[in-house]
Design a protein around this ligand. Sequence first.
Ligand code: PEP
Length: 247
Amino acid sequence: MKQSVKMIVGNWKMNGLAADLAQAEAVRVSLAEAPTGNRVGLCFPATLIAQAAGRLKGSPVEVGGQDCHAAASGAYTGSVSAEMLKEAGASLVIAGHSERRAGFGETDADVAAKVKAALRAGLEPIVCVGETLEQRDAGRALEVVTLQVAGSLPESLSGRAFAVAYEPVWAIGTGRTPTVEQVAEMHAAIRQAQVERLGAARAPILYGGSVNPKNAAELLGVDGVDGVLVGGASLKADDFLAIVRAG
Ligand code: PEP
């Protein structure tokens, strides 16, 4: 008997042209034929959001962006605002993915500003946190991640819909995953940090990092894991659907 609704979200990263939306269509068709009790979302590159939203309209697949600027509009060449994502048809947005923290120098304060922007636009943010291998090897994983939670979750999240994704940097795209004990320990620490920051918050806490059809059931079964954020394995409908149905 299924215990709870899981949140399964795919992150296509900088992958996908219009033709690849056939994979998203396949997810839609499969979920129409055999519905799941889980929440399902796909975060597309900004260029595909409007098309994806049109093609997934009326389906249970929620559409998300992968990042947004903190401002609603302005002289920020190349950036996309939360309002633009919302108008294009998104309902979710990822904030603070480690590829943005590391590659674009985003701080916890930057992430918190993006989360506020998401709320302003009516998007549900998925706030990513996670330690590097160096930090874990130094025994600092819990400290680093709980500080990220405190710094990346603005007080205005209180009472609003959002999710946190625990994504150890060393597990993203590497095929490596933490042990179930490490995941459970971190999710409990994130839950506590979230409650300390926002009060009795019950936002889902997702695990992300090399989730695939083979390990999804085990990871989704870990105490405190309310869903998964899936990168590479979300690009192919069959793999993504296997994960959606594993929870
Ligand atoms: C991610 O980018 O959020 C991610 C978890 O990637 P992957 O599943 O490919 O490790």
